[in-house]
Design a binder for this molecule. Structure first.
Ligand code: AMP
Length: 446
């Protein structure tokens, strides 16, 4: 039997129309484009500039950047072997952006670089709702500033994206992860405190206790959560500079009217964070409740071998989770782009005419489509409706022989007979007038 090829598990096709993959809704490509455009508009309003980095990076960059001890590097990387080189499909975009910043000496452009990205990322996780192996992230990186206002700026931008879509009810949690030295002392204290409770921990919990006790703080295991309620807190291991920096971030958020909750248990799954860390959750997402997260990563540059200071801060957000939140809140996204003209043709001569006039309309800047299967008039009109056409331009064999066609306004149903050779110019004029006045398209008498 021949094999039926399918996309790999945890990845999905984005079709021109909405579909379902592994039980989850996948919006159509027009919806993706709409959402991406809206994100770009918000980014532009904040004057962030787009950066696009390759999907493939050297394994070492990600291992060093994201951190050897993280789940991502330890077990979720898609590795590509090419002779002696080992590449990975990027699991996130912050380390690649930092690489680009260092490589191109972006600090020499002057000022702070406010950058954003949208694109696919890859993690070999167990696929489930809201968790995929190929997923899409958008996010921002503010590189070149250690000002606490930059953290608040990243948070404000992140929230504005969701506000622009009308997403409500999400919860912003923030924490300080302090300096690496403060975190090391805290990790040691937390380990000492947890050691007598080792047997009460899950297997994952015990592994984390040995490798990276901080990761235990955001455990989903209720018994572990109860146990940790009395555990020492990181903030008690931080010095004055860390605390006053944290206060500054909170003050900026207050001044921007941004609601947040402090969560001493919030840690991030990536090693490069220090000081500010934050996460945005939505009650509509179920188990995978994080819409977005981020924080400050002043030492990422140094971890990548830079001797130049490269302080940075930013957020990363999942596109699929944004779509889930939009869907759960009944916020619809346009699934089809509108079409200016569908040319309906019956008979060979009319088909030739439709082909020729479609090219002409497109050359003049209108969008036009026509049937390629010689279907019935009814089927062609149905197709015009399906494609959301503003106009149908209808030509039958005998009409065309008489030099006339029918122009139908698909919205109002209004229909007019026009001289065949004048019809495209006439449509272009109607479309132009409507665009100039931002009015619905109507058909004036010829
Ligand atoms: P992270 O930096 O790991 O917190 O990821 C940032 C955001 O990307 C998360 O808040 C999610 O919205 C999204 N995300 C991360 N991993 C996945 C995944 N495997 N599938 C879908 N979305 C993801």
């Amino acid at each position: 039997m021949t094999k039926t090829w399918r996309n790999i598990r945890g990845a999905f096709d984005i079709l021109p129309w909405a579909s379902v993959a592994d039980g989850a809704a996948v919006p159509g490509s027009a919806a993706w484009r709409y959402v991406e455009d809206a994100i770009r508009q918000t980014m532009a309003r904040f004057r962030f500039e787009e950066i696009r980095t390759p999907i493939l990076e050297e394994e070492g960059l990600i291992a060093r950047g994201v951190g050897e001890g993280t789940d991502i590097v330890a077990k979720e990387m898609f590795v590509v072997d090419r002779g002696r080189d080992r590449y990975v499909l990027r699991p996130e975009v912050t380390a690649p952006v930092m690489r680009a910043w260092l490589q191109h000496r972006l600090e020499q452009r002057g000022g702070v670089q406010r950058l954003y990205y949208i694109g696919p990322c890859f993690r070999a996780e167990r696929p489930q709702k809201g968790r995929y192996r190929q997923f899409h992230q958008f996010g921002c990186e503010i590189v070149g500033s250690d000002d606490p206002r930059a953290d608040a700026e990243a948070i404000a931008l992140m929230l504005t994206v969701y506000d622009a879509f009308g997403v409500t009810g999400s919860r912003l949690r923030i924490n300080t992860l302090g300096l690496p030295e403060e975190r090391r002392r805290y990790a040691a204290a937390l380990r000492d405190w947890l050691e007598p409770h080792r047997n009460a921990l899950s297997e994952t919990g015990r592994r984390r206790l040995d490798k990276n006790p901080l990761r235990l703080l955001d455990t989903k295991d209720e018994r572990e959560q109860a146990l940790l309620r009395d555990a020492p807190l990181l903030v008690d291991f931080t010095g004055e500079p860390t605390r006053s920096r944290y206060e500054s971030v909170k003050q900026c958020l207050d001044e921007a009217g941004i609601d947040f909750e402090e969560d001493a248990m919030l840690v991030r799954g990536l090693d490069y964070y220090m000081h500010t860390a934050f996460e945005l959750d939505s009650p509509d997402l179920g188990a995978q409740s994080a819409l977005a997260g981020g924080g400050r990563y002043d030492l990422l540059g140094a971890a990548l071998g830079s001797d130049r200071p490269a302080p940075g801060t930013g957020f990363a957000a999942g596109m699929e989770r944004l779509f889930l939140a939009l869907d759960a809140q009944g916020l619809s996204v346009p699934e089809t782009a509108s079409l200016d003209v569908f040319l309906v043709a019956l008979g060979r001569d009319a088909q030739q005419w439709a082909f020729r006039e479609a090219q002409r309309l497109r050359r003049e800047g209108a969008s036009a489509s026509f049937d390629l299967k010689g279907r019935s008039m009814k089927a062609q009109m149905r197709e015009a409706h399906r494609q959301g056409a503003l106009f149908a331009l209808i030509a039958g064999e005998s009409e065309l022989a008489a030099g006339v066609v029918q122009l139908k306004n698909m919205d109002s149903g209004e229909q007019t007979q026009l001289p065949a050779d004048a019809a495209p110019t006439h449509i272009l004029q109607c479309l132009g007038d409507a665009r100039a006045n931002d009015a619905p398209v109507s058909i004036p008498s010829p």
